[in-house]
Ligand binder design. Structure first.
Ligand SMILES: [Zn+2]
Length: 77
């Protein structure tokens, strides 16, 4: 019984760790500026909304002034 709960605990710990690592990777990816093409496709609506890549760029636009400026330039072209 003790070993079973031990295994369950370790399993639980692993899931938690996996979740934390995933969140960290997501934060790092979010901070990274998208490529010109990637940004352009989202701003011009070529990349469909609600897809993972569009979501990433839109979230990045919320935190990055540089890319907000880039998006404005693309939009005004
Ligand atoms: Zn950016």
């Amino acid at each position: 019984m003790t070993s079973l709960s031990n295994i369950l605990f370790q399993f639980f710990l692993l899931i938690c760790l996996y979740g934390i690592v995933k969140i960290i990777i997501e934060i790092i990816n979010q901070r990274k500026c998208p490529e010109d093409e990637e940004l352009k496709d989202v701003v011009l609506g070529i990349t469909k909304k609600n897809t993972a890549s569009a979501d990433k760029v839109i979230r990045h636009l919320g935190i990055c002034e540089k890319c907000q400026e880039r998006a404005r330039e693309i939009g005004s072209e």
